[in-house]
Write a protein that binds this ligand. Structure first.
Ligand SMILES: [Zn+2]
Length: 322
């Protein structure tokens, strides 16, 4: 069997690497997506890593670029595909949550639809050509431009034991403490990693950083995690820095805005809250309280929206319990 690693027009032989843009026609609009291909000199699993599914999440993009540039094909057992900006239209637009041509959240559209609107058609291309190319899949995110978060990893449990166990092994190897394993795709359907898992590809979501900035510490959390997963699966030498031990959380609740207004959280990320504790309120532009929010369960504030402007239906925060 040929061990050439190919994606669209790009291809590279064992022991070699390449990177370039791949041009894709998405319902009449050209998307130039950057791709690194690293073809290990030795056989092993094929890992796919994507970043920037949301255009305003920056530490993951920088971490992916560094991975793409630093993994040495001569020392790699297996193959690595890295897409450091998997939603280039949203990245260029500095867009929060959505992809501008149709206003959809790309991470709710997988596995996509080639006959759908722009974001759905783009999800379809990514799913068929990138995500499904892997034996293992990591999708790196962070808080969006208006979100702060505690780093966490998450997997979707599908009931397929082999897939679920491998995904859990990836999540535990990554080195981030907060670990969510969700039964089934649940209310947040259409994600990269949930759709990959359902298609039989062990997959994990990773989150670090936020608020439209990027710091070396967050870049390190994300790229070190990928390297730990590669070491766990015998693909690459282990790094010296130990990760945090994964602590599986029982689940999480998302609070959402009931009205448009101004958001005043009264908690911070990482804070432990009691069930029923006041966690924030939405006021109108004259300072009158419109709605108050209490914790539906005791637990840890995992992510928090930090923008004053708030729109009905948008997330406010999530609280994860043990
Ligand atoms: Zn994201």
């Amino acid at each position: 069997m040929s061990r050439t690693l190919s994606l669209a027009h790009l291809s590279t032989e064992p022991g070699n690497s390449t990177h370039d843009f791949v041009s894709v026609d998405v319902i009449g609009q050209t998307v130039n997506v950057p791709v690194f291909l690293i073809n290990g000199a030795h056989p092993g699993p094929r890992l796919v890593v994507t970043a920037g599914i949301h255009g305003g999440e920056y530490p993951c993009v920088e971490a992916a670029i560094r991975l793409g540039r630093s993994i040495d094909a001569a020392a790699l057992k297996g193959q690595l595909i890295v897409v450091p900006s998997a939603n280039p239209v949203a990245f260029k637009a500095r867009s929060i949550y959505i992809t501008p041509p149709d206003g959809l959240n790309l991470n709710r559209q997988f596995p996509g639809d080639p006959e759908g609107s722009f974001t759905r058609a783009w999800a379809d291309w990514l799913f068929r050509n990138v995500i499904k190319a892997g034996d293992l899949y990591i999708d790196m995110h962070g808080g969006d431009m208006i979100e702060a978060l505690v780093p966490f990893v998450a997997i979707t449990l599908t009931g397929n034991q082999a897939v679920d166990q491998t995904a859990e092994r990836m999540a535990r190897a990554y080195g981030i403490r907060a670990f969510l394993a969700k039964e089934g795709v649940g209310p947040i359907g259409g994600t990269t990693t949930g759709s990959a898992a359902v298609a039989g590809i062990p997959a994990m979501l990773t989150e670090a950083g936020g608020q439209g900035v990027w710091h070396e510490s967050e870049v390190d959390i994300l790229q070190d995690g990928v390297r730990r997963v590669m070491a766990e699966f015998g693909m690459y030498e282990a790094i010296d820095t130990p990760g945090e031990e994964a602590e599986r959380l029982g689940g999480w609740d998302w609070l959402r805005a009931d009205v448009d207004g101004l958001f005043y959280p009264s908690v911070h990320i990482g804070e432990q809250v009691e069930k029923g504790q006041r966690v924030g309120e939405i006021k109108d532009i004259f300072g009158e309280t419109l709605h108050t929010y209490d914790a539906p369960a005791g637990g840890e504030v995992l992510f928090l929206v930090t923008s004053l402007a708030m729109n009905e239906g948008d997330p406010l925060m999530s609280i994860a319990w043990e």
